[in-house]
Design a protein around this ligand. Structure first.
Ligand SMILES: Nc1ncnc2c1ncn2[C@@H]1O[C@H](COP(=O)(O)OP(=O)(O)OP(=O)(O)O)[C@@H](O)[C@H]1O
Length: 236
């Protein structure tokens, strides 16, 4: 059984179907890319897996446990962490305080939460910002801060929403390095990304959504040669 099993999940908003019967799985310690054109339903799927939306139908299991429909904090405690498309950083707090705020979900002792936060900052190569306000960091650094914060809840799977968007090539490489380090720790990564040159080389599997429906799934090479994927991206 896979770590994350999404089975026939649909999410409707009134008359609009954002996800329709979507099924896929993520194995422990792998990187899976969730791609598709604008409005394909990628963020909606993230929100269903992380507990921000209740699926209209279908099931979501993590490690054999049903998490579909649980609230975000329960999903987090079960092992799902996520970052947001627009970084939700507390800009007046220091980088360390930002990560501590998440670490405190697991660890109520402030000194221990600080030690854990410093460890995750070092992991994301941000220790030099520990005592600086998050507002002083670049967008790229703030994205890595969001990743450090998500990791502080010690997830089994990390959902990353467009962490590479708007970055220059060297920043994309840094983001890719962090993803590979996360995977090497045995944490699965499910990544929504428009920057295909960032995700394609490192993904074990790619799932492609278009207009709410899964249109392809396979290795990066398989999906990039799939006629349905080419049509979805290039238009017919
Ligand atoms: N809370 C909501 N209420 C109503 N409609 C929504 C809501 N969230 C998403 N949608 C709609 O669901 C569809 C899928 O949106 P979603 O944001 O999941 O797509 P996406 O693939 O993440 O797009 P993008 O790549 O542009 O971020 C869109 O038509 C969107 O307008």
């Amino acid at each position: 059984m896979s770590l994350l099993e999404v089975k026939q999940v649909s999410k409707r908003f009134g008359g609009l179907t954002a996800n329709q019967d979507v099924s896929f799985s993520v194995d422990a310690g792998t990187v899976v890319g969730l791609i598709g054109p604008n409005g394909a339903g990628k963020t909606t799927m993230f929100n269903c897996v992380a507990g921000y939306y209740v699926p209209s139908a279908g099931s979501i299991q993590l490690d054999g446990r049903n998490i579909g429909g649980l609230p975000p904090e329960a999903c987090a405690r079960a092992g799902v962490a996520r970052t947001f498309q627009v970084a939700r950083t507390f800009t007046s707090m220091t980088a360390c305080e930002n990560v501590m705020a998440a670490a405190m979900l697991l660890q109520h002792n402030v000194a221990k939460a600080r030690t854990a936060a410093m460890g995750w900052l070092a992991f994301a190569n941000l220790q030099r910002f520990a005592d600086k306000p998050a507002a002083s960091m670049t967008i790229s650094e703030q994205r890595r801060l969001a990743v450090a914060r998500a990791l502080a809840i010690e997830p089994k799977i990390l959902l990353m929403d467009e962490v590479m968007a708007g970055l220059n090539p060297s920043e994309v490489r840094e983001a890719v390095d962090v993803v590979l380090k996360i995977r090497d720790r045995g944490i699965a990564c499910l990544i929504v990304e428009h920057v295909l040159e960032g995700i394609m080389p490192i993904a074990d599997k790619i799932v492609v959504l278009d207009r709410g429906v899964k249109i392809a799934e396979g290795t990066p090479q398989q999906v990039s040669n799939d006629p349905a994927v080419l049509t979805a991206y290039l238009g017919d």
